[in-house]
Design a protein around this ligand. Sequence first.
Ligand code: NDP
Ligand code: 2IT
Length: 444
Amino acid sequence: MAYVDEIMESVLKRNPGEPEFHQAVREILDSIAPVIAKHERDYREEKLLERIVEPERSISFRVCWTDDNGKVHVNRGYRTQFNSALGPYKGGIRFHPSVNRSIINFLGFEQIFKNALTGQAIGGGKGGADFNPRGKSDTEVMSFCQAFMSELFNYIGPNEDVPAGDIGVGGREIGYLYGAYKKFTHRWEGVLTGKGVGWGGSLARTEATGYGVVYITEEMLSHKGQSVAGKTAVVSGSGNVALYTIQKLQTLGAKVVTASDSDGFIYDEEGIDFAALREIKEGKRGRVKDYLAYRPHAEYFEDEKPWGVPCDLAFPCATQNELSLEGAQKLVANGCKSVTEGANMPTTREATDYLLGAGLDFLPGKAANAGGVAVSAIEMSQNASRQYRSFESVDNQLHDIMKGIFAQIQSACEDYNTVGNYVSGANIAGFRLVAKAMRAQGYV
Ligand code: NDP
Ligand code: 2IT
């Protein structure tokens, strides 16, 4: 049996009931099979793949907190410190009722290769809890964050593990988590990223993921003599990544006609009013449905996803496996030419294979959404030097990093004869960097 197949079998056996983790591992192993085949004997002897699929450390813990009525709740918190070959563990924290070990392991595993592609000194990790912030008051969210950090602070530090935001964790949550960390440790240090501007946060971190998604799409299109300008785009989600993807697309002259949340999507044929959507989501913590009060001509489709809307470019920016084969077929049938993943693993494996087979350009999340963690690393370096940089300087560096990521994945495609398959290019390019560092650091 080929080494990659043996590893897949053992991952399935050792991690039962973790379908998302299996999906993420299978995709990487399929992509890197030709790299492994070249060095199979060495890699087998060194147990390189056995090591890379096993988190260095993985914790789960009880989070006990009280709501505004004094009622006691118990949630489960997680942190998976997956790989530190390239630097301290780095990756977000997700608060969502669906969070479990599988979700955290898939996100942590993907994060290793994404972080490698940024070219910065950051390893891969991820954390979260099955806590649902929706409908909770600020004091309840604060109480939860403090309880969560009362355990997590033991395991993190600016040179050890630096969490950030993800689904359900934005500026408010990072603030409460940071306050709690300081209280428990007596230290003011860059232990979290996505902090507020003025108390350690970097300008452009809020925008970074969405902007990066558009920068890399523009870079890919420019190689074909094209641009996002004048194109129609469909975006899913309405959180941090979706919002700033929409904003940058519009700045560069594209028309974005949809946004969504887990209840449905809005369609505005004149183009989404970004200021209105931002006010609804960031200001009022409302639902996309509320958009109709600002733009009565827009339409709302309850319990539907936006993939049936005709477009040139699609940007899934909400959550994993939100773009299924059926959605992909609709996109292709309606003339879509390119899909960029803003979310982590938003496209199912069947849908990805279908889109690649249909000849679409497909930029995978671990390359396309790396701008967020890249600016997090820039925040870490600002904290370490106790200096702040301007928005423009951070944004310019982000732009360069996204161009650099595209160049790396393109060159990996050339090396392994998979030109145009950026899934394979991203996985190979990320893997090569991590494998090289792991091999140099011995059997640990
Ligand atoms: P937010 O919490 O800001 O927004 C999440 C959005 O996705 C909301 O619109 C939410 O709708 C929707 N959503 C979440 N879960 C589901 C679900 N199960 N079904 C349908 N819709 C859902 O998160 P982010 O924008 O930060 O994250 C979005 C994606 O981008 C995630 O995959 C995340 O891992 C990834 N990512 C985030 C980065 C960042 O810097 N924040 C960096 C790189 C990747 P609702 O309100 O109804 O739940
Ligand atoms: O998935 C991701 O890359 C993030 N949620 C951001 C991680 C970070 O450390 O900024």
